[in-house]
Design a protein around this ligand. Structure first.
Ligand code: NAD
Length: 416
């Protein structure tokens, strides 16, 4: 039988496993299996050649029992409603596992930003906000950046929303540039939160990470900062990195500044002097201490899970491992730091950004790092302890922590 790779069905399957262990009542389980609300829109955009192209967009508000929904916006040519639903579900578990007073949502537009001019991207960003503005707001649903969306895109969206409302509303979106109410420390927050988790995993597994090796799949926001911070904070040696065009390997370690410069100059990490090429598939199977999937979903599947040699898989990407692969990794003793824990640093600092916007007073970067560390470390140990206690893999442990928090909120509200 071929493995099911539909991300929303995978998210539901993961929830079902947790629901059974938690003995959730049928109504709670049924509510948590589906989004509370979703909006599908069409967005007409005037292109530079004068023609009008119609784009499809989505916004899914999965669950708001713990607070306003929160979640990124993805601009991607292969975006689907089921991907957005899955990401919105995972956001619900993510905000719960780090215990911030928010729910989960996600949005996306089917488009290829790499083939669009800045003017076309701006018109698409503003058009998307015009199409969904009625369900957005600081107290209802707050978007953020995700794959192929940037602080500049957040700035255009914040401006469009403020124009519609008639006053400045910085807190309606996070991941903004600093000059427009962004938070210090948001840029590297996802990777930094993941690195804090890896540091804690080193402690519980009794691995001294200094000088140990790492490989990173994906060299965007999450992957680049993971490279920088794995070296800077943990003293690790990053031996391989990749992007959508392929990967590079150097057993002596890749210098962060040189690799980043090459990526900025050429658009890819591929071809950096002094490195050997490595495919994205082969990178995942390298004999390293820590593997960081930091690209897209379904990278570690039943087909390759048995070949993973890393001791720790730190999932910066959302949904990189399938349920079948999870069981294989667990059986083989690979310690997985699951996505909605490992990459929760981004939403945590997004929440800090909302807090700063609300009282219009801004924190120094040291305070952001300290508070992020506190949240991530507490969440890591809550998940680790639950997994040990119930003798389950860490993803299921993380589900047990998060789902029970959301279920409690729904019960207290009297929904179920
Ligand atoms: P990004 O757009 O900055 O970078 C994505 C990177 O992945 C690019 O380098 C791209 O070349 C690479 N890539 C695309 N397809 C690939 C493939 N098939 N193989 C290898 N590399 C490939 O995106 P990002 O913000 O770094 O997000 C990456 C992952 O992290 C996503 O799963 C995203 O949902 C997750 N994430 C990001 C944040 C955040 O704050 N940026 C927060 C939580 C989770």
């Amino acid at each position: 039988m071929t493995e099911n790779l539909n991300p929303f069905q995978i998210a539901q399957q993961q929830l079902d496993e947790a629901a059974a262990l938690l003995a959730l009542d049928p109504a709670t389980h049924a509510l948590l299996r589906e989004p509370r609300r979703e909006l599908h829109v069409t967005i007409p955009v005037r292109m530079d050649d004068g023609s009008v192209k119609v784009f499809k967009g989505f916004r899914v508000q999965y669950n708001d029992s713990r607070g306003p929904t929160k979640g990124g916006l993805r601009f991607h040519p292969s975006e689907t409603i089921d991907t957005v639903r899955a990401l919105a579900a995972w956001m619900t578990w993510k905000t719960a596992v780090v215990d911030i007073p928010l729910g989960g949502g996600k949005g996306g537009v089917i488009c290829n930003p790499k083939e669009m001019s800045p003017g076309e991207l701006e018109r698409l960003s503003r058009g998307y906000i015009r199409a969904i503005n009625k369900i957005l707001g600081e107290e209802t649903d707050v978007p953020a950046p995700d794959v192929y969306t940037t602080p500049q895109i957040m700035a255009w969206m914040m401006d469009e929303y403020s124009v519609i409302r008639g006053y400045n509303v910085p807190g309606m979106i996070t991941g903004k540039p600093l000059e427009l109410g962004g938070s210090q420390g948001r840029g590297d927050a996802t990777a930094r939160g993941g690195i804090f988790c890896v540091r804690e995993a080193g402690k519980v597994l009794d691995i001294d990470l200094r000088g140990k090796t790492a490989a990173i799949q994906g060299y965007g926001n999450a992957g680049q900062f993971a490279h920088k911070l794995a070296v800077e904070l943990l003293g690790m040696k990053v031996v391989a990195v990749s992007d959508s065009r392929g990967g590079i390997f150097n057993p002596d370690g890749l210098d962060f500044e040189t690799t980043l410069q090459h990526k900025q100059d050429t658009g890819s990490v591929v071809g950096l002097a002094g490195t050997q090429p490595v495919s994205n598939e082969a990178l995942l199977e390298l004999d390293v201490t820590v593997l960081f999937p930091a690209a897209l979903e379904n990278q570690i599947t039943a087909a390759n899970a048995a070949n993973i040699k890393a001791k720790v898989v730190a999932e910066l990407a959302n949904g990189p491992t399938t349920p079948e692969a999870d069981h294989i990794l667990h059986k083989n003793g690979v310690y997985v730091i699951p996505d909605f824990l490992c990459n929760a640093g981004g939403v945590t600092v997004s929440y800090f950004e909302q807090v700063q916007n609300a009282y219009d007073y801004y924190w120094p970067v040291e305070l952001v790092h300290e508070r992020l560390d506190h949240k991530m470390t507490a969440a890591f140990h809550a998940v680790h302890e639950m997994s040990q206690k119930k003798n389950v893999h860490n993803r299921l442990g993380a589900y047990l922590v998060a789902v029970s928090r959301v279920a409690t909120a729904m019960k207290l509200r009297g929904w179920v």
